[in-house]
Design a protein around this ligand. Structure first.
Ligand SMILES: NC(=O)c1ccc[n+]([C@@H]2O[C@H](COP(=O)([O-])OP(=O)(O)OC[C@H]3O[C@@H](n4cnc5c(N)ncnc54)[C@H](O)[C@@H]3O)[C@@H](O)[C@H]2O)c1
Length: 358
């Protein structure tokens, strides 16, 4: 893979890509700012070892574009951004210095990009950056920040499952509905709790013993081996673990009417659109329904700071948004994910036109 930065930016529509290189503290970072029409570009900072610089760049470009659509569909006045630090995430010695420097780097961008926690980074890294910049979000609730985003993400997914069931079965009632939840980590466990409270039958799997026991010991759930989750005869499959679990191999096995979960990038590629349609499976686009977390983090930038009511209202609205996406999907005759991107772009285009008109 070889990426030509400008051609790729032209293709995907990025406004700005910035490279920071400070060998004094071992910092090698890329910041991708995809679109700032609706507001500053918000998106997490990934810390990981990449096989190549191209792979890191590809990650930043792809993920920052995705954030634009997620925030747009969540009704946030934010754009899409993402960053990566090409360093071993287990780094201990010099970690503080590295994040202080990255925080300073964000100041150079003057608020066009706001970072947050992502794979390989933690709330403590955010707290270090906050010593030098206000452009690092997702800090602890004890400090007045938004705290753990996972319960909010789970709430948005739950609301979407209700909406999808309403469409499929003409009833919002989840009593007696069977939902299989793949992954009982941060988001999955909150989702299980809400589903059980709503009277659903829940089957779970996780390849981590502790996460699985957390579900098994606290809720009445069926447990299956991770690989067996695709064979569960259920109403809703909720992927809450890793990406690309909906692929040609698993679709053959899935026995569900609805797919609605928290995991990012659930679909392996575009070829699965027609396969899902052929099986009559209703797909709720992941970036629309897992926006609860980003909504909560965004809440830190409200006037007066993070506010539970504001976040609750926005997360509730995911229910209406998913209905709108699925209505439009039927009207336009295109797959829900395609239509969700179209709607996200339409909101941005309208905002741009409004700005131009003054
Ligand atoms: N945390 C959030 O607020 C948030 C927001 C948006 C999207 N997401 C996405 O939702 C997903 C879950 O996030 P999380 O924060 O709960 O992560 P997490 O790491 O806390 O939980 C994921 C769980 O999945 C399990 N798992 C991994 N591979 C598995 C497999 N093949 N089969 C079964 N279980 C498996 C892990 O052991 C872990 O317990 C991720 O894809 C994440 O990117 C999370």
């Amino acid at each position: 893979m070889e990426i030509e930065v400008f051609s790729e930016c032209m293709k995907r529509g990025h406004e700005q890509v910035v490279f920071f290189n400070y060998p004094q503290v071992g910092l090698k970072a890329i910041v991708g700012i995809h679109n700032t029409v609706l507001g500053p570009a918000l998106g997490g900072c990934r810390m990981r070892i990449y096989e190549s610089e191209d792979q890191a760049l590809d990650d930043v470009l792809r993920l920052s574009e995705g954030m634009t659509y997620k925030s747009s569909m969540a009704g946030l006045d934010l754009g899409g951004g993402k960053s990566c630090i090409m360093v071993d995430p287990h780094l201990e010695e010099g970690r503080r210095e590295l994040f202080l420097k990255f925080g300073e780097c964000l100041n150079h961008l003057n608020g066009r990009y706001i970072t947050a926690e992502d794979m390989g980074t933690s709330v403590s890294d955010i707290m270090v950056m906050r010593e030098v910049t206000k452009y690092a979000a997702g800090y602890s609730s004890e400090e007045g920040g938004s705290g753990d985003p996972s319960p909010w993400t789970a709430r948005g997914v739950f609301n979407s499952i209700v909406a999808a069931c309403e469409r499929k079965y003409n009833s919002k009632d989840l009593k007696g509905r069977h939902i299989s939840v793949q992954g009982t980590g941060h988001v999955g466990i909150h989702l299980v709790k809400m589903l059980k409270e709503a009277g659903a039958t829940v089957t779970v799997c996780d390849n981590d013993k502790e996460a699985l026991n957390n579900a098994r010991n606290n809720y009445e759930v069926e447990v299956v081996e991770p690989e067996a989750i695709y064979d569960v005869d259920c109403d809703v499959y909720a992927p809450c673990a890793i990406g690309q679990t909906v692929n040609p191999d698993t679709i053959k096995r899935l026995k569900c009417d609805i797919i609605a979960g928290a995991a990012n990038n659930q679909l392996s590629d575009e070829s699965v659109y027609s396969m899902l349609e052929a099986k009559g499976i209703l797909y709720c686009p992941d970036f629309v329904i897992n926006a609860g977390g980003v909504i909560s983090v965004a809440g830190e930038y409200n006037e007066g700071g993070w506010n539970e009511e504001w976040v609750t209202e926005k997360v509730k609205n995911i229910y209406h948004t998913i209905h709108r996406v699925l209505d439009e999907s039927e009207k336009r005759g295109r797959f829900p994910e395609v239509v969700a991107v179209e709607l996200a772009k339409e909101r941005i285009r309208e905002a741009e036109e409004k700005k131009k008109a003054g």
